[in-house]
Write a protein that binds this ligand. Structure first.
Ligand SMILES: Nc1ncnc2c1ncn2[C@@H]1O[C@H](COP(=O)(O)OP(=O)(O)OP(=O)(O)O)[C@@H](O)[C@H]1O
Ligand SMILES: [Mg+2]
Length: 584
């Protein structure tokens, strides 16, 4: 017996110790009342008095977190046996097919295991300052999962967006076996496993992200462009008819704009110089009884400053109006390129009244400029897929290792591109995987994990909500769990991560954290985090974290094992790299 209860204040039981007082802090105790065994943790010891924070109750070997009643003053207070502690801080005896080994409890020298369903079927966050052990920890957790002896997590599909390209060394051994590792890279010097996204699988929202749309007025132009893409696959004669229609309508719009004649003339010439077909261009012959002229010659302005042939041109253009087509989005059933989208965007730019407003035209034109600069950059390679593939087959291919077997870890090295493109690519894949899983959920259950290193760069409160109406990561954190799409956020700057996303995480591994803004953020955003946890965060050693959430009955300090092999994330070794021996 540790001592006698001398008082209870809120959730803290105060006892007069009748044992030596050193090494008691953070140990778990049981307070045996008549019918109830309360569990508490010694949080403070001073002058022969110990303070025990009540945590919950033990019921037939089951620990239940939460305090709904208090022990009576004559309860017997004892340290808990290691066997019982195991049931509180871990899952009890390790079961390979049920549990994931996280690491060791330093305090009790016990393994800490979690139920895989409790941990991995909910979103989770791995947070901590730089160098605190997040990447090593993540690599080790995955190795713990993949290295099980008797059970193979064959159907696990873990997509890792690897901001620094550091994980491949940790998983390279998984090849040609039951567990397979697949790597994609943004390094354009590695064409064999280059990230390549078929353009025909991109929707309006994906293109909006890719082209950096920041205004909702830009969305209809992208919509129109995509719809125009769908006509480009049709018969040539039909395509010309539709192009003629779009050009003719644009010209009629200019003619009816009411602006002065010379502006109208300049606009007509400029539109026709850029947008034309073999049937409708500046040199198309306009027939009149008596004499024929080329179209541009009808744009002359007379002495009174008027476009004399206005009516003639209007009538001529009416011939090109073509009502017999409808525009719908391409359905992903045929291949096209970024260049096709650029051509379509051109046509979209003169349709739909865009020419009426300089402002709208300018916003739309930015998209065109961005698309052209993407087309002319090395980065266009990421959108150059060599053959037609359907969305389902594309995702299945992502999930298939080079040896033809199921890949469990699919690593995207996004180290070679700037943050903006990395964010776009991460979002495009996340959305694709989310939609795939959502559509597929009834047919064959294939849960997908998306782990984001440096998550604060991608999962942000950005303008997506204003432009698209949603942010894909917020959507996945809110709805993904139902379909089996689970996000793992790894970050050193949690305060920069979208609040919606972080507040939906059910489990947290928090390594040493120093930045007051981040510590405050954790305190405010994360449910169940206590001041005690916050105080401990500042003094954790590398590789040690506080784990809490759904999968942990109480918050525990865990020391993770070093990964083997390591990711390439080690601290830089100045002693080895700086020094050479002085020659005498
Ligand atoms: N489990 C561990 N046990 C002992 N030391 C560790 C452990 N994990 C990490 N370390 C040490 O901490 C260093 C940094 O770890 P790691 O690269 O995982 O940090 P990080 O939190 O990912 O940092 P960053 O935010 O900069 O990416 C490692 O090189 C290693 O020396
Ligand atoms: Mg790291």
């Amino acid at each position: 017996m540790l001592g006698n209860i001398i008082g209870i204040e809120d959730n803290v039981v105060i006892i007069k110790l009748n044992v030596e007082e050193h090494k008691l802090i953070n140990l778990l105790v049981v307070l045996q009342d008549k019918n109830v065994n309360f569990i508490g943790e010694i949080t403070n010891v001073k002058d022969g008095v110990a303070y025990i924070k009540l945590l919950g109750e033990m019921n037939d070997d089951n620990f239940i977190f939460g305090v709904v009643r208090k022990p009576s003053l004559d309860s017997i207070v004892k340290l808990i046996s290691k066997e019982k502690v195991k049931k509180i801080i871990s899952t009890g005896d390790y079961l390979e097919e049920r549990d994931l080994y996280i690491g060791k409890s330093v305090l009790y020298d016990l393994d800490i295991n979690v139920n895989i369903n409790d941990f991995m079927s909910n979103h989770f966050a791995i947070l901590g300052s730089t160098g605190s052990g997040k990447s090593c920890g993540t690599a080790r957790l995955l190795q713990n999962l993949l290295n099980k002896k008797e059970y193979i997590p064959y159907k696990s599909s873990i997509f890792m967006f690897d901001a620094y390209g550091e994980y491949h060394t940790a998983f390279l051994n998984y090849k040609d076996g039951d567990i397979n590792f697949k790597i994609y890279t943004t390094d354009t010097n590695s064409p064999n496993n280059l990230v390549r996204i078929p353009v025909w699988l991109l929707g309006v929202d994906d293109l909006a992200l890719l082209l950096g749309a920041t205004k909702s007025t830009q969305i209809p132009i992208i919509e129109k462009a995509l719809k125009i893409v769908s006509i480009f696959g049709r018969e040539e004669s039909e395509v010309i008819k539709i192009k003629n229609d779009i050009i003719a309508r644009a010209l009629i719009e200019i003619l009816s704009s009411g602006t002065n004649s010379s502006t109208i003339r300049d606009q007509l010439i400029s539109v026709l110089s850029y947008y034309n077909t073999s049937e409708l261009n500046l040199y198309t012959i306009v027939q009149q009884p008596g004499y024929d002229r080329e179209l541009y010659k009808c744009f002359n302005i007379d002495n009174t400053g008027k476009l004399r042939d206005m009516e003639l041109i209007m009538n001529f253009l009416q011939n090109y109006i073509y009502e017999g087509y409808d525009l719908s989005y391409p359905d992903g059933s045929f291949a096209y390129s970024l260049q096709t989208i650029a051509d379509a965007l051109d046509f979209a730019l003169i349709s739909e009244g865009i020419l009426k407003s300089d402002k709208v035209y300018d916003d739309a034109n930015i998209l065109k400029v961005r698309l052209h600069s993407l087309l002319n950059s090395k980065e266009s390679e990421y959108f150059n897929y060599p053959e037609y593939i359907s969305k389902t087959r594309y995702i299945r291919r992502l999930l298939t290792a080079d040896n033809g077997k199921k890949a469990q870890i699919i690593n995207f090295n996004i180290n070679y591109i700037d943050d903006r493109l990395a964010k776009v690519i991460t979002k495009i894949y996340s959305k694709m995987l989310f939609e795939f899983t959502k559509e597929n959920v009834m047919k064959d259950k294939l849960p997908i994990h998306i782990l984001l290193e440096e998550a604060h760069r991608y999962v942000q409160n950005d303008s997506d909500i204003d432009v698209l109406g949603y942010n894909i990561f917020d959507r996945i954190t809110k709805e993904g769990r139902k379909y089996g799409v689970i996000l793992g956020l790894i970050s050193q700057r949690p305060s920069e991560i979208s609040e919606t996303a972080i507040s939906q995480c059910s489990n947290f591994l928090i390594f040493k954290m120093l930045h007051p803004k981040d510590v405050d953020y954790i305190k405010n955003m994360v449910p169940d985090v206590t001041n005690d946890i916050i105080a401990r965060l500042r003094i954790l050693q590398p590789g040690n974290c506080i784990a809490f959430g759904n999968a942990f009955k109480i918050p525990v300090i865990v020391k993770l094992d070093m990964p083997n092999p390591m990711p390439t994330s080690s601290n830089c070794n100045l002693i080895n790299t700086w020094f050479v021996k002085r020659e005498n």
